[in-house]
Write a protein that binds this ligand. Structure first.
Ligand code: SF4
Length: 378
C-alpha cells in the first residue's frame, strides 16, 4: 500500500545549464517525489537521488501550481522554453487520477505559454488533451510514451503499476488522432539486455509505434546498473521466472554501470535500420522560439541532430560538434548578427569545421536578403 505524504517544497522549477538535446527541455519540474509505477529497473532507486522509499512513499508537492505561477510571473531572468515534467517520477502515476495535481500545473504552464515535453507510461495523459492541445496551439507540445517491450506479461513484471504497452500505444493513437499538432512518439528507453533486446521486440516497438501514428521513436540501448538500483533489479530478477538472465547480465556489465560500447553500437545499428525501414524519425522535432534565439535554436538543432545521427552510424561521438550545438543555445544574441560581423569563430567550440557546416545556411540567408531565408532553406 503506497503512503502519500503532502509536503511543501521551496523550489518548483529547475533550469538546466544547456537544453537537453534529446527532449529539448530547458526546465524540469517534479510534481511528485517517488513513483508508484514501481518499475523494477528504475534508476530513481539509485543512491544519487536520495529518495528514501521510492515506490512506497510518494510525496505530493503541495501548492506546486501556485508557486509555479508566481515563479513564471516574476520571471525577469527566465525566457519561455521547454519544460519537462517528471524526471525521476511519472507525472501521471496512479494518484494523479484522483487529485489532478499535474493537471493544475499544466494549466499554469498553458497560462504562461511555455512549451512542454511529457514522458509517461500512463494512458491517463489523454485526460488532459484539452490543455495539451492549447499548449500545442500556443507554443509546442510533445508527449512521448516510454515503452521497453510489447510483451504484456514481461511488461507487467518490469512495470507492474503503469498502463500496459498496448494501452500506451492506444493513448498515443488517440492523441495523434484528436490533436495532430501535438508531437507524439515512443521513448524506447531503457532497452533491457536479454529480456527486451531480441529482434522481434525491437521490430515490434518501431512497427507498432509507427502504426499508432508516432512522429518519432527515440531509443537508447542498454540500461543503467547503479548501486541500490542494480541490487533491487537483480533481486527481483532472481525471484522471478526471468532468473536465467541474471548470469548473462552480470557477464555483460562486468561490474560497470553501462553495457560495453559494442553493445550500444550493435543495437543502435539495428534500431537505426529498423527506423529507416519504417520511415520513423529518430529525433524529436525541436520547439523554436520566435525571439532572437530563433536561428540559434534551429542551427543548434541541426548540429546536435548531425552529431547524433553520425554517432549512430559510425559509433563515434564528435564532442566538439556536440558542444558547439549546445553552446549555441546560450548565445545572448542572434547568430545572424554574429555572422554579419564575421565573428562566428568567437562562439565557443566553433572551429573551422563547424563553421563550414553552418555557413551555407547563413550564406543562403544573406543571398535571400531576409531572415526568413533560412526558414525556406532548412
Ligand atoms: S514510471 Fe518512470 S519514474 Fe516511475 S518507476 Fe517507472 S521508470 Fe521510474
Amino acid at each position: 500500500m503506497v503512503k502519500y505524504i503532502y509536503q511543501e517544497f521551496k523550489s518548483v522549477l529547475n533550469k538546466l545549464k544547456f537544453p537537453d538535446s534529446w527532449f529539448w527541455a530547458r526546465y524540469t519540474l517534479n510534481t511528485y517525489s517517488g513513483c508508484a509505477h514501481a518499475c523494477i529497473y528504475c534508476d530513481a532507486r539509485s543512491e544519487r537521488y536520495y529518495i528514501e522509499d521510492f515506490e512506497n512513499e510518494v510525496i505530493i508537492k503541495t501548492n506546486f501550481d501556485k508557486k509555479l505561477d508566481q515563479r513564471l510571473k516574476r520571471a525577469r531572468t527566465l525566457l519561455p522554453d521547454v519544460i519537462a515534467p517528471g524526471g525521476v517520477n511519472d507525472a501521471y502515476q496512479p494518484i494523479e487520477k484522483k487529485i489532478e495535481h499535474t493537471r493544475k500545473v499544466l494549466e499554469v504552464i498553458a497560462k504562461h505559454k511555455y512549451p512542454i515535453n511529457i514522458a509517461t507510461k500512463s494512458k491517463l495523459v489523454t485526460r488532459d488533451i484539452d490543455i495539451l492541445k492549447k499548449i500545442a496551439d500556443d507554443t509546442w507540445c510533445t508527449v512521448g510514451f516510454s515503452i521497453s517491450t510489447t510483451d504484456e506479461e514481461l511488461a507487467e513484471f518490469l512495470e507492474p503499476y503503469s498502463s500496459s504497452p498496448s494501452e500506451r500505444l492506444e493513448a498515443l493513437k488517440i492523441l495523434k488522432k484528436e490533436a495532430p499538432h501535438i508531437q507524439v512518439g515512443t521513448y524506447f528507453i531503457p532497452i533491457i539486455p536479454f529480456l527486451a533486446d531480441d529482434d522481434e521486440n525491437l521490430e515490434n516497438i518501431i512497427k507498432q509505434s509507427n502504426n499508432a501514428g508516432a512522429d518519432f521513436v527515440l531509443f537508447s540501448p542498454g540500461l543503467t546498473m547503479r548501486d541500490s538500483q542494480a541490487k533491487y533489479f537483480l533481486k527481483k530478477l532472481k525471484e522471478s521466472n526471468y532468473k536465467h538472465v541474471v548470469k548473462p547480465l552480470l557477464e555483460l556489465f562486468k561490474g560497470q554501470m553501462h553495457p560495453p560500447s559494442e553493445y550500444h553500437k550493435k543495437f543502435n545499428n539495428k534500431l537505426w535500420n529498423l527506423c529507416q525501414k519504417y520511415k520513423v524519425n529518430v529525433r524529436v522535432k525541436r520547439w523554436i522560439p520566435s525571439d532572437f534565439r530563433k536561428w540559434n535554436y534551429k542551427l543548434s538543432e541541426l548540429l546536435l541532430n548531425k552529431e547524433y545521427i553520425d554517432a549512430l552510424k559510425t559509433g563515434k561521438s564528435n564532442k566538439t560538434l556536440m558542444w558547439a550545438g549546445l553552446n549555441l543555445n546560450n548565445l545572448e544574441e542572434s547568430i545572424l548578427d554574429v555572422y554579419k560581423r564575421g565573428e562566428l569563430h568567437t562562439i565557443k567550440n566553433f572551429n573551422p569545421k563547424i563553421i563550414e557546416i553552418i555557413e551555407p545556411y547563413l550564406e543562403k540567408s544573406k543571398e535571400l536578403k531576409q531572415k526568413k531565408g533560412l526558414e525556406k532553406f532548412l
